[in-house]
Write a protein that binds this ligand. Sequence first.
Ligand SMILES: [Ca+2]
Ligand SMILES: [Ca+2]
Length: 254
Amino acid sequence: MKSVFLFLLTYLLAHVANAQYPFDQFESPPFKSYSNWKLFENKAENKIHQTITIPAFYADSSELTIQFTSDRSKKEAKNIIRNYKGKKTIQRFDSEEVDFLPFNTSRHPIKVADLNGDSLIDIKITYDYNTNGLSLSYRPIYLIQQENSTFIKYSFDNQYEDRIDFERDFDKDGTFEIQSVGMFGQNNHSYWIFQVYKITPSGLVEISERVSYPIFIQFLNKRNYKPADIKLTKFERDDIGNLKILTDKGTMLN
Ligand SMILES: [Ca+2]
Ligand SMILES: [Ca+2]
């Protein structure tokens, strides 16, 4: 009897420990993390720079340095990302919706892995809005490496309370897809909604339907991982398809 009890207890604990979302069954990218941030504040110019260097990032072993600048010298604050291959500036991005304030940028490490399966290493930056309350917003910023060592940048707003690892190989083709996470209300219930996007040569393309998404997980006062059976009206379907993705090829500087 005791052994049956122990078996049940072990089974239960293992089951609870393994509680996971449906997408956790799929492979996730072999991300390496970097968090050696350096801060430079230029008070005279009213600029704050924060840099991070990833050694041997490129195929030819050059290092990559990414510099985030919050430029408050003009009325319109500017937020700039500059990429350096070795010591050489190769690209800058001038349009991002978030201010690169140091703590909000560096709270999470930079994640590095080949996401789209072209053997060129890509980057995920997590920009934290540091909002208070139940559902935290944050902004994943993906830099997808191109043949000429520059990047295409994709960013959008995501919501979630405690997890941000949402890249998976949903269609098992060896490349990793990206998920958006949002809140969806229906019949006085709240659900997390997960949608799936593929990184293609022509941009981020939603492939939710192809992989039986979106899924809806009801928001409860305890952890919940079980998809709910939600039927969408046409209006709701159109509405959830409207993720605002910022796509930016930047300015080449070489
Ligand atoms: Ca890649
Ligand atoms: Ca895939």
